[in-house]
Design a protein around this ligand. Structure first.
Ligand SMILES: [Zn+2]
Length: 212
Protein backbone atom coordinates (compact mmCIF):
# COMPACT_ATOMS: atom_id res chain seq x y z
CA UNK A 1 0.00 0.00 0.00
CA UNK A 2 2.91 2.43 0.43
CA UNK A 3 3.09 2.58 -3.37
CA UNK A 4 -0.03 4.77 -3.28
CA UNK A 5 -0.91 8.29 -2.22
CA UNK A 6 -4.44 9.65 -2.06
CA UNK A 7 -5.82 12.50 -4.08
CA UNK A 8 -9.03 14.32 -3.22
CA UNK A 9 -11.56 14.29 -6.04
CA UNK A 10 -14.99 15.87 -6.41
CA UNK A 11 -17.61 13.78 -8.19
CA UNK A 12 -18.64 15.46 -11.46
CA UNK A 13 -22.15 14.05 -11.08
CA UNK A 14 -23.23 14.35 -7.42
CA UNK A 15 -20.55 16.68 -6.06
CA UNK A 16 -19.43 14.31 -3.27
CA UNK A 17 -15.79 14.60 -2.23
CA UNK A 18 -13.73 11.43 -1.87
CA UNK A 19 -10.12 10.28 -1.88
CA UNK A 20 -8.78 8.04 -4.64
CA UNK A 21 -5.44 6.21 -4.84
CA UNK A 22 -2.64 7.13 -7.26
CA UNK A 23 0.76 5.45 -7.69
CA UNK A 24 3.69 7.48 -6.35
CA UNK A 25 6.12 8.43 -9.09
CA UNK A 26 9.03 6.96 -7.09
CA UNK A 27 7.22 3.58 -7.03
CA UNK A 28 6.63 3.26 -10.78
CA UNK A 29 8.88 0.66 -12.39
CA UNK A 30 8.35 0.56 -16.15
CA UNK A 31 9.37 -2.69 -17.85
CA UNK A 32 8.45 -2.15 -21.50
CA UNK A 33 6.09 -0.36 -23.85
CA UNK A 34 4.10 -2.13 -26.58
CA UNK A 35 3.67 -0.64 -30.05
CA UNK A 36 0.16 0.57 -29.14
CA UNK A 37 1.55 2.50 -26.10
CA UNK A 38 0.54 -0.12 -23.52
CA UNK A 39 3.10 0.16 -20.73
CA UNK A 40 4.02 -2.87 -18.64
CA UNK A 41 5.12 -2.22 -15.05
CA UNK A 42 6.69 -4.26 -12.29
CA UNK A 43 4.32 -3.77 -9.36
CA UNK A 44 1.62 -1.12 -9.42
CA UNK A 45 0.43 0.16 -12.81
CA UNK A 46 -0.44 3.89 -12.63
CA UNK A 47 -2.92 3.52 -15.53
CA UNK A 48 -5.13 1.40 -13.24
CA UNK A 49 -5.81 4.58 -11.25
CA UNK A 50 -6.67 7.05 -14.04
CA UNK A 51 -10.37 6.42 -13.45
CA UNK A 52 -12.13 7.63 -10.29
CA UNK A 53 -15.34 5.98 -9.14
CA UNK A 54 -17.51 7.99 -6.76
CA UNK A 55 -18.37 5.82 -3.71
CA UNK A 56 -21.61 7.82 -3.21
CA UNK A 57 -23.30 7.54 -6.60
CA UNK A 58 -21.11 5.19 -8.67
CA UNK A 59 -20.18 7.74 -11.33
CA UNK A 60 -16.85 6.89 -13.03
CA UNK A 61 -14.66 9.53 -14.68
CA UNK A 62 -11.12 10.61 -15.53
CA UNK A 63 -9.34 13.99 -15.41
CA UNK A 64 -10.31 14.44 -19.08
CA UNK A 65 -14.08 14.12 -18.66
CA UNK A 66 -16.28 17.17 -19.14
CA UNK A 67 -18.90 17.77 -16.41
CA UNK A 68 -22.01 15.93 -17.65
CA UNK A 69 -24.90 18.05 -18.94
CA UNK A 70 -27.70 15.50 -18.82
CA UNK A 71 -27.18 14.42 -15.23
CA UNK A 72 -30.60 12.77 -14.80
CA UNK A 73 -30.00 10.33 -17.68
CA UNK A 74 -26.72 9.23 -16.12
CA UNK A 75 -28.17 9.01 -12.59
CA UNK A 76 -30.84 6.59 -13.81
CA UNK A 77 -28.22 4.46 -15.58
CA UNK A 78 -25.77 3.96 -12.70
CA UNK A 79 -25.62 2.54 -9.17
CA UNK A 80 -23.04 2.79 -6.37
CA UNK A 81 -20.62 -0.16 -6.64
CA UNK A 82 -20.26 -2.79 -3.93
CA UNK A 83 -16.48 -2.95 -4.34
CA UNK A 84 -14.11 -0.31 -2.99
CA UNK A 85 -12.23 1.12 -5.96
CA UNK A 86 -10.62 4.02 -4.12
CA UNK A 87 -7.52 2.21 -2.86
CA UNK A 88 -5.21 -0.53 -4.24
CA UNK A 89 -6.68 -2.09 -7.42
CA UNK A 90 -6.10 -5.49 -9.00
CA UNK A 91 -6.27 -5.78 -12.81
CA UNK A 92 -9.82 -7.09 -12.44
CA UNK A 93 -10.79 -4.10 -10.28
CA UNK A 94 -9.17 -1.70 -12.76
CA UNK A 95 -11.33 -3.32 -15.46
CA UNK A 96 -14.46 -2.71 -13.34
CA UNK A 97 -13.41 0.94 -12.82
CA UNK A 98 -12.82 1.49 -16.55
CA UNK A 99 -16.07 -0.27 -17.51
CA UNK A 100 -17.89 2.03 -15.08
CA UNK A 101 -16.27 5.14 -16.60
CA UNK A 102 -17.04 3.81 -20.07
CA UNK A 103 -20.72 3.39 -19.24
CA UNK A 104 -20.83 6.96 -17.89
CA UNK A 105 -18.94 8.29 -20.93
CA UNK A 106 -21.42 6.62 -23.28
CA UNK A 107 -24.44 7.86 -21.28
CA UNK A 108 -22.99 11.37 -21.10
CA UNK A 109 -21.94 11.40 -24.78
CA UNK A 110 -18.29 12.16 -24.02
CA UNK A 111 -15.84 12.95 -26.82
CA UNK A 112 -15.00 9.98 -29.06
CA UNK A 113 -11.29 10.06 -28.20
CA UNK A 114 -12.13 9.67 -24.50
CA UNK A 115 -14.39 6.69 -25.18
CA UNK A 116 -11.77 5.18 -27.51
CA UNK A 117 -9.08 5.63 -24.84
CA UNK A 118 -11.17 3.78 -22.25
CA UNK A 119 -11.69 0.87 -24.65
CA UNK A 120 -7.96 0.85 -25.47
CA UNK A 121 -7.07 0.60 -21.77
CA UNK A 122 -9.62 -2.23 -21.35
CA UNK A 123 -7.85 -4.02 -24.23
CA UNK A 124 -4.48 -3.59 -22.49
CA UNK A 125 -5.76 -4.80 -19.11
CA UNK A 126 -7.18 -7.90 -20.79
CA UNK A 127 -3.79 -8.37 -22.47
CA UNK A 128 -2.22 -8.49 -18.98
CA UNK A 129 -4.71 -11.27 -18.14
CA UNK A 130 -3.93 -13.03 -21.47
CA UNK A 131 -7.62 -12.77 -22.29
CA UNK A 132 -7.19 -12.56 -26.06
CA UNK A 133 -10.90 -12.47 -27.02
CA UNK A 134 -11.67 -9.55 -24.70
CA UNK A 135 -8.49 -7.77 -25.81
CA UNK A 136 -9.52 -8.00 -29.48
CA UNK A 137 -13.12 -7.01 -28.75
CA UNK A 138 -11.98 -3.88 -26.93
CA UNK A 139 -9.37 -3.03 -29.58
CA UNK A 140 -12.10 -3.12 -32.23
CA UNK A 141 -14.32 -0.82 -30.18
CA UNK A 142 -11.39 1.57 -29.62
CA UNK A 143 -10.80 1.59 -33.38
CA UNK A 144 -14.49 2.31 -34.05
CA UNK A 145 -14.37 5.39 -31.80
CA UNK A 146 -11.00 6.66 -33.07
CA UNK A 147 -12.45 6.45 -36.60
CA UNK A 148 -15.55 8.36 -35.45
CA UNK A 149 -13.24 10.96 -33.91
CA UNK A 150 -11.45 11.68 -37.18
CA UNK A 151 -14.74 11.73 -39.09
CA UNK A 152 -16.31 14.26 -36.74
CA UNK A 153 -15.47 17.91 -37.22
CA UNK A 154 -14.09 18.32 -33.74
CA UNK A 155 -10.47 19.35 -33.50
CA UNK A 156 -8.28 16.52 -32.31
CA UNK A 157 -5.69 17.26 -29.65
CA UNK A 158 -3.18 14.78 -31.06
CA UNK A 159 -4.14 13.96 -34.67
CA UNK A 160 -0.83 12.16 -35.39
CA UNK A 161 -1.27 9.84 -32.40
CA UNK A 162 -4.90 9.10 -33.35
CA UNK A 163 -3.88 8.31 -36.95
CA UNK A 164 -1.08 6.08 -35.66
CA UNK A 165 -3.42 4.22 -33.30
CA UNK A 166 -5.93 3.64 -36.10
CA UNK A 167 -3.10 2.14 -38.18
CA UNK A 168 -1.70 0.10 -35.32
CA UNK A 169 -5.05 -1.30 -34.12
CA UNK A 170 -5.87 -2.26 -37.71
CA UNK A 171 -2.51 -4.06 -37.88
CA UNK A 172 -3.21 -5.90 -34.60
CA UNK A 173 -6.63 -7.09 -35.73
CA UNK A 174 -5.25 -8.24 -39.09
CA UNK A 175 -6.40 -5.42 -41.40
CA UNK A 176 -2.92 -4.90 -42.90
CA UNK A 177 -4.13 -2.96 -45.95
CA UNK A 178 -5.96 -0.38 -43.88
CA UNK A 179 -3.03 -0.18 -41.45
CA UNK A 180 -0.60 0.60 -44.30
CA UNK A 181 -2.94 3.33 -45.56
CA UNK A 182 -2.74 5.13 -42.22
CA UNK A 183 1.01 4.64 -41.72
CA UNK A 184 1.62 5.97 -45.26
CA UNK A 185 -0.58 8.96 -44.51
CA UNK A 186 1.46 9.79 -41.39
CA UNK A 187 4.78 9.48 -43.25
CA UNK A 188 3.62 11.56 -46.25
CA UNK A 189 1.52 14.25 -44.58
CA UNK A 190 3.65 17.39 -44.33
CA UNK A 191 1.44 18.68 -41.53
CA UNK A 192 2.48 15.80 -39.28
CA UNK A 193 5.86 16.53 -37.75
CA UNK A 194 5.96 14.34 -34.67
CA UNK A 195 9.28 12.50 -35.21
CA UNK A 196 8.43 9.72 -32.75
CA UNK A 197 5.11 8.90 -34.41
CA UNK A 198 6.71 9.04 -37.89
CA UNK A 199 9.48 6.65 -36.78
CA UNK A 200 6.97 4.25 -35.20
CA UNK A 201 4.80 4.35 -38.35
CA UNK A 202 7.84 3.40 -40.50
CA UNK A 203 8.66 0.54 -38.11
CA UNK A 204 5.10 -0.88 -38.19
CA UNK A 205 4.91 -0.58 -41.99
CA UNK A 206 8.25 -2.40 -42.21
CA UNK A 207 6.92 -5.15 -39.93
CA UNK A 208 3.87 -5.64 -42.16
CA UNK A 209 6.12 -5.89 -45.25
CA UNK A 210 8.41 -8.37 -43.50
CA UNK A 211 5.51 -10.58 -42.41
CA UNK A 212 4.20 -11.06 -45.95
ZN1 LIG B 1 -21.03 10.94 -7.16
Amino acid sequence: MDELFFKEKKCLLCGAKFKSGKVKRSKQYMLKRDSDFCIHYRGENPAFYNVYVCPQCGYGFTDNFTPPKEKEIIKIGINPLEVDLCSSRSVEEAIIAYQTALKCALLGKERETIIAGLYLHLAWFNRFLENKDEEMKNLKKALEYYEKAIESDRDLENPATVFYLIGEINRRIGNDKKAVKFFAHIINDKKINDPNIIRMSRERWQEIRASR
